[in-house]
Design a protein around this ligand. Structure first.
Ligand code: SAH
Length: 358
């Protein structure tokens, strides 16, 4: 039994079943027993691999997209370059390397990283020698009154969700409680009306399962307000859908799906990102929203194939095979190419960022 099971069990015994959001937060970010605070999550030896860990090309092209947008917006002399949930720091390190030759870009950029885990912060610091990022626990402390250029890869899928099952009398919330033998188990609350889901009564039937991610909408609201007011842009890259219902809560350990309630704190927990909900939050905050674009299409438009060909010239043997496989993995529709999506946020007075314009 993990230490975290004991803690959660005591908590449930004292105050009753907990929401999925509280369970997810505890599992991922508990200060001493959380997944991101204790495990080497990312990479070939970890539980899952992300696009920047697959190839340097991902961060290079994201960097060029950021730098081109910065130039298109008149190359502001000071701006905040922000990454949300930077993991091992690979993406931001590749962004910094790819943009080093862009005149004025580094001099104007102040680096800000939003990262809840101290363990991850240490990895990020090691990946960024010579740069001096400022770390933040949440988006609430990010600088104000400067343009913000934001990248978030596989950040929103880690934010806590709640799940509700439609009932003739309203909604039953999915809760985490205790089984007879004291193990954690999924259950349902008594039916109750949920104000935030009143509109969903029109387009769902009894039994339908609906997920909400208030945290994700709040993050987008904060960033989109800033972009609308001061300029900049945000690139949100993740797996998910455009407003699709159903249970997408999942746990992964050692690159394999596992029971999300079996070993809290030891597996990565995610849910699909509802891009429609994020787009709605951005529009309400006064920001423009790009087309919802497949990662493969986005990377091809930014020139991943010529970049891959140029890197291939220097490689032979296994390294060349791995490079060709990485290009395919990032872009091919059977791999990450269409499972992962990109959404850009930008000021309504500007054009969409490169790679996201139709
Ligand atoms: N972007 C990276 C890593 C994605 S993993 C990549 O592409 O490789 C998710 C990252 O977000 C981790 O660094 C994790 O510690 C961080 N994170 C998860 N939930 C968070 C939260 N609520 N607030 C801040 N950081 C969070």
């Amino acid at each position: 039994m993990t230490e975290l099971v004991k803690i959660l069990r005591r908590q449930i015994e004292a105050t009753g079943p907990m929401t999925l959001a509280d369970y997810m937060s505890a599992c991922l970010l508990h200060p001493t027993h959380g997944y991101y605070t204790t495990q080497d999550a990312l990479g070939v030896d970890g539980d899952f691999t992300t696009a920047p860990e697959i190839s340097q090309m991902f961060g290079e092209l994201v960097g060029l997209c950021l730098a081109q947008t910065w130039m298109d917006q008149g190359a502001p002399k000071r701006f905040a370059l922000i990454e949300l949930g930077p993991g091992r720091g690979t993406l931001i390190a590749d962004v910094m390397r790819a943009t080093a030759q862009v005149p004025g870009f580094h001099a104007a950029a102040e680096l800000h990283l939003v990262e809840a885990s101290d363990r991850m912060r240490a990895l990020q610091a090691a990946a960024l020698p010579g740069h001096h990022p400022t770390w933040h626990d949440t988006v609430e402390t990010l600088p104000e009154n400067v343009p913000v250029f934001v990248i978030a890869n596989e950040f929103f899928d880690a934010l806590p969700i709640r799940q509700f099952q439609r009932d003739p009398k309203g909604w039953r919330e999915v809760m985490v409680g205790l089984a007879e033998d004291g193990t954690l188990q999924r259950g349902l609350s008594d039916p109750a009306p949920i104000d935030a889901l009143n509109k969903r009564l029109e387009d769902t039937d009894t039994g339908a399962l609906v997920e909400t991610c208030a945290h994700g909408a709040a993050v987008v609201d904060a960033i989109a307000r800033q972009i609308a007011r001061n300029g900049g842009m945000a690139l949100i890259v993740d797996y998910g859908g455009w407003h699709s219902d159903g249970d997408t809560f999942q746990a992964v350990r050692g690159h394999r799906p596992v029971d999300p309630f079996a070993e809290p704190g030891r597996a990565d927990l995610t849910a699909h990102v509802d891009f429609e909900a994020l787009a709605r939050a951005a529009l309400i905050a006064g920001c423009a929203v790009s087309q919802y674009t497949n990662q493969g299409v986005f990377l091809e438009r930014l020139g991943i194939t010529p970049r891959a060909q140029s890197l291939a010239k220097r490689l032979t043997g296994d390294a060349l095979d791995a490079h060709v496989a990485a290009h395919r993995r990032l872009t091919h529709p059977d791999e990450m190419g269409s499972l992962f999506k990109v959404l850009g946020l930008y000021p309504g007075t500007e054009s969409p960022p490169p790679g996201l314009d139709p």
